[in-house]
Design a protein around this ligand. Structure first.
Ligand code: ADP
Ligand code: MG
Length: 261
């Protein structure tokens, strides 16, 4: 297991957003996290990435306990994410958004930067090339100087993934990356997620509302409802799982989110 939670609990006032969540993700796996609105999916990501402290239970990354560590430490341990509500530096350029994320991997020290040593220039050049690489991967290289806020919605979503990849993660958490995209953009994005997983040897955890999509690309699904894991398994089994069908169909769920959609 590369990432593991055990008995994870997080409350908000009287709400148990996570009520004892055990998940285990194997190295290289692509796991979908699904569940009705408010079932705790985003909170799970927020606790794993240190945005919220757990009220109970543990989070382990490669065996080391990371529950309650601050976000930047967790990023450095190899977990990067995107947000359901896009969080870019809106007033910075596209390239700067990626550069800032990538910067934690430079190998020169403050003295090199002040004295402009050879290693400073080498690292700066390497970093510029790598940032360009991430941008072209997402066909954003021609927009490198544009302010992030001026990108189309779909491109902002891509930039968020580019920025997360620039942290050189081992585990990538994507929170509804296809939200607001049209069906053909969504199909491309899913194909793209499969490609970057291969290329960067990532383990991916994907929250997605559009069921047919997660069913299509995920090897395994974890289903949350009211902060608990109610089912997990391969997509074909999950589709028929009585508790999952009940969680989705027993309530007023928009048709796009229906499991039989
Ligand atoms: P999902 O992503 O599955 O839609 P969330 O994890 O966002 O669900 O939310 C789970 C529950 O926790 C919901 O009832 C939500 O209202 C509550 N919640 C999440 N974050 C907060 C917060 N910061 N403050 C108060 N309640 C929250
Ligand atoms: Mg959410």
């Amino acid at each position: 297991m590369i990432l593991e939670t055990a008995g994870l609990v997080r409350h908000f006032g009287g709400i148990k957003a996570l009520d004892g969540v055990d998940i285990g993700v194997r190295c290289g796996e692509l796991v979908g996290v699904i569940g009705p609105n408010g079932s705790g999916k985003t909170t799970l990501f927020n606790v794993i990435t240190g945005i919220y402290r757990p009220d109970g239970g543990s989070v382990r990354m490669e065996g080391a306990s990371i529950g309650g560590l601050p976000p930047h430490r967790i990023t450095r341990l190899g977990i990067a994410r995107t947000f359901q509500n896009i969080r870019l530096f809106r007033e910075l350029s596209v390239a700067d958004n990626v550069r800032i994320a990538h910067h934690q991997h430079v190998r020169y020290g403050p003295a090199d930067a002040v004295c402009r040593t050879g290693s400073f220039h080498r690292e700066e050049r390497r970093m510029r090339e790598e940032v360009e690489g991430f941008l072209s991967l997402f066909s954003l290289q021609d927009r490198r100087g544009e302010l992030a806020k001026n990108l189309s919605y779909g491109d902002q979503r891509k930039l968020e993934i580019a920025r997360a990849l620039a942290c050189c993660p081992k585990v990538l958490l994507l929170d509804e990356p296809a939200a607001g995209m049209n069906p053909s953009e969504v199909a491309k994005l899913m194909e793209f997620i499969l490609q970057i997983r291969e290329r960067f040897r990532l383990t991916v955890l994907l929250i997605e509302h559009q069921m047919r999509l997660v069913m299509g690309i995920c090897e395994r699904l974890v289903v949350l409802d009211f902060g608990r894991v109610i089912a997990e398994g391969v997509p074909s089994a999950i589709r028929k799982h009585p508790r999952v069908v009940e969680a989705y169909l027993g309530r007023n769920v928009p048709s796009g989110n229906r499991i039989h959609g």
